[in-house]
Design a protein around this ligand. Structure first.
Ligand code: SAM
Length: 234
């Protein structure tokens, strides 16, 4: 897995948030966080594992909402960014960061109410095995996203240095079935590629976002959206 190595570097970790979620990228960050919050529901006292938590964008948010969260990532450099974020945050739940491999989770079966994995499956060389390991430690729910095969991302996906796998909806449905996971909800978003949002100021990005909103929910354009947010239960 190339992505496993890519995110180990200090400079990649230090630039991660800024490169992706400043300027128009703020819209993407907000949308992803809203997708996760909507899927997980009330968090007070819930035990949550976040796989590939990276710089802790979701980890800190979930603990701020009252969950008891473990953020696991294979990169010490990314976790270091997460620890700094947590230090400045107002947490009402508990939060622990842990270095580990999503392929071999150091937890017993059924240990967490919810398992979250955002921006991870595009890096997975064996998604079925990863999903199965997530299912093993989850009691109720798994929330994740995938980048879509038929989206604008497919134009530049091959050039991404960390490697990136695209999925069709039916491919993910097969993965769910193989792991006996039941779909609660899937929503698709971002007809306009992420790269464009990141390249332009936030104010301009808001107007472009209107296009995405108008395009959303139409069966034809749903296939062309960059990302799908999946909410599944055991
Ligand atoms: C694109 S970043 C996403 C970080 C975070 N989830 C977010 O959305 O901001 C992907 C993360 O996956 C982590 N990662 C890759 N392979 C992993 C593995 N096998 N086990 C745990 N983490 C892994 C990387 O270190 C990196 O932090």
């Amino acid at each position: 897995m190339k992505g496993q190595e890519w995110y180990q570097a200090d400079d990649i970790a230090e630039e991660y948030d800024d490169k992706r979620f400043s300027r128009g990228g703020q819209l993407i960050d907000r949308r992803e966080k809203a997708a996760v919050l909507e899927a997980v529901g009330p968090l007070e006292g819930r035990d949550v594992l976040e796989i590939a938590c990276g710089t802790g964008r979701f980890t800190v948010m979930l603990a701020s909402e009252g969950a008891n969260v473990v953020g696991l990532d294979i990169s010490a450099a990314m976790l270091q960014q997460g620890r700094q974020k947590a230090y400045h945050a107002d947490l009402s739940g508990t939060l622990a960061f842990l270095r580990g491999d999503a392929g071999r989770l150091p937890f017993p079966d059924d240990h967490f109410d919810t398992v979250v994995a955002m921006r991870f499956f595009h890096l997975a060389d064996d998604p079925e095995a990863f999903l199965s390991e997530m299912r093993r430690v989850a009691r109720e729910q798994i929330v994740f996203d995938t980048f879509n095969r038929f989206s604008a991302r497919s134009v530049y996906n091959w050039a991404l240095p960390m490697g990136s796998r695209l999925y069709s909806k039916s491919e993910v449905s097969v993965l769910l079935a193989k792991n006996q996971l039941e779909l609660v909800d899937v929503s698709d978003d971002f007809l306009v590629p992420y790269g464009l949002y990141r390249a332009i100021p936030n104010a301009l990005a808001s107007s472009i976002r209107t296009v995405d909103r108008l395009a959303g929910g139409v069966p034809l354009t749903d296939h062309l959206m960059s990302v799908s947010y999946w909410n599944v239960r055991l």
